[in-house]
Design a protein. Structure first.
Length: 438
């Protein structure tokens, strides 16, 4: 069958199956199966068995359920409360005041969660009632939470970086280290925008917060900061072991689970119920993601048989696009895709088609992984399937289109981050190169 017709048929089948509500993984398997049938492949059963087993039975992928479990354990502790009370005293005099607690709280929780929606939900549950009580504008409360929640995808340990690393066969440890500086850049952009907005709209920010925060001495602030030490210690323990070369990403994940269980135990939050709930939650999420990865691997192989990726790569090559022009095209492509698919689905669905083009253009796959995560973060705050928007809607009961409008400035800040990353690729590549030279 002609490749152009095959693209139209398979694209239509995938679109219909996704819109009909079929599981993403099942849709991937279905499209791959039909692609092989139309390509007259007689060994579909053997190809299915070997591909799905090879994609799921890999040691690298073992880091995925462990990091998810670590996040699930900490999700059930008083971490969000500790973050608020540990950060608030230091931010009360900064333009924007306690709105920055949303940003820094999400940053810290992202470093132990790896999930965007979980980050926004956990911090939002604590800060929304507190900030509402103090009279902060709902627009900036929701915007800072929805935008900063996306950091769960970028700041290591990131679930989506593990998925990309497995799909693209890129070192997960190097990807984790590569995500640190871009994550810090986003935090600076978010806090900078919040501070500038607050200075322009001084009348919308409470003139002063509660007396307790305003009257705290330096020593009292230091004493309140002690509540951040356990989680910060866990973050440094996990990431430091990777950067220093003491542990692989998988081994660091195991250490992270041990550390999370220990913190939960000493803070009095560990019980048989919370242990069981965290384990079941991690199992459900891990099975869902692994099922999608297996389906994507089967689809990738099927695409190889059809010749679609090769044809697309040759077409892009014939257009004579520079790497920058290709990145602009892919950004627009991912932005449109983000209206219909969640982040992990976007990554595994497009890897088999996009990576050959990227490699042919000479783009570093590690840098491209960070770029993809930034684009996927944008999809988290765009309707109709932006998970962070649903989280904010659930917490505030505000119309989702209004929530999307409140998050729009942070969408453009993410777009700015992509431009900066493209102009200055060292933002993503410098730390991994430094790590390799050590």
């Amino acid at each position: 069958m002609d490749v152009s017709n095959l693209i139209i048929i398979l694209g239509a089948i995938l679109l219909v199956s996704l819109l009909s509500g079929i599981w993403v993984a099942a849709s991937l398997f279905l499209v791959a199966f039909i692609a092989l049938v139309l390509n007259d492949n007689s060994n579909i059963g053997l190809v299915l068995a070997t591909t799905t087993w090879g994609a799921s039975a890999t040691w690298t992928l073992a880091a995925l359920p462990l990091f998810i479990w670590m996040g699930e354990i900490l999700f059930r502790t008083k971490l969000s409360e500790d973050l608020f009370h540990g950060l608030a005293p230091w931010l009360n005099k900064v333009p924007g005041r306690l709105l920055h607690v949303n940003i820094l709280g999400c940053t810290i929780f992202a470093a132990v969660s790896g999930s965007s929606a979980a980050t926004a939900a956990t911090i939002g549950k604590m800060t929304i009632p507190e900030l509402t009580k103090r009279g902060y504008p709902i627009k900036m409360m929701i915007g800072t939470l929805a935008g900063s929640g996306t950091l769960g995808f970028l700041i290591p340990p990131s679930i989506i970086l593990i998925v990309y690393g497995v799909s693209a066969e890129v070192s997960i440890s190097r990807l984790f280290i590569a995500g640190i500086l871009p994550g810090a850049m986003l935090v600076i952009l978010f806090m900078g925008y919040t501070a500038v907005w607050s200075m322009i709209n001084k009348d919308q920010i409470p003139s002063e917060d509660d007396v307790e925060l305003s009257s705290m001495t330096f020593a009292q602030k230091l004493y309140a900061t002690r509540r951040l030490f356990p989680v910060m210690g866990l973050i440094l323990f996990v990431l430091g072991s990777i950067y220093a070369g003491w542990a692989t990403a998988t081994e660091a994940a195991a250490l992270g689970v041990f550390g999370a269980l220990f913190l939960s135990l000493v803070t009095g939050n560990l019980s048989l119920t919370t242990f069981k709930d965290s384990l079941l939650g991690a199992t459900r999420t891990s099975c869902m993601i692994t099922f999608i990865i297996a389906g994507a691997a089967f689809l990738s192989l099927a695409m190889g048989f059809t010749g679609i990726p090769r044809m697309l790569a040759e077409s892009i090559s014939a257009m004579g696009l520079s790497p920058t022009e290709l990145i602009i095209m892919l950004t627009l492509f991912f932005m449109v895709l983000g209206f219909f698919l969640d982040g992990i689905s976007m990554v595994v669905l497009t890897t088999s088609i996009v990576l050959p083009m990227v490699e042919k253009s000479g783009i570093d796959l590690m840098w491209f992984g960070i770029y993809v995560v930034l684009v996927v973060e944008m999809s988290q705050i765009t309707p109709p399937v932006g998970f962070n928007l649903f989280v904010m809607q659930g917490l505030t009961k505000i119309n989702i289109l209004k929530v999307a409008g409140y998050a729009m400035p942070f969408f453009f800040l993410l777009l700015t981050a992509i431009v900066l990353l493209t102009v200055f690729p060292q933002i993503a590549t410098w730390l991994p190169e430094l790590m390799t030279r050590k």
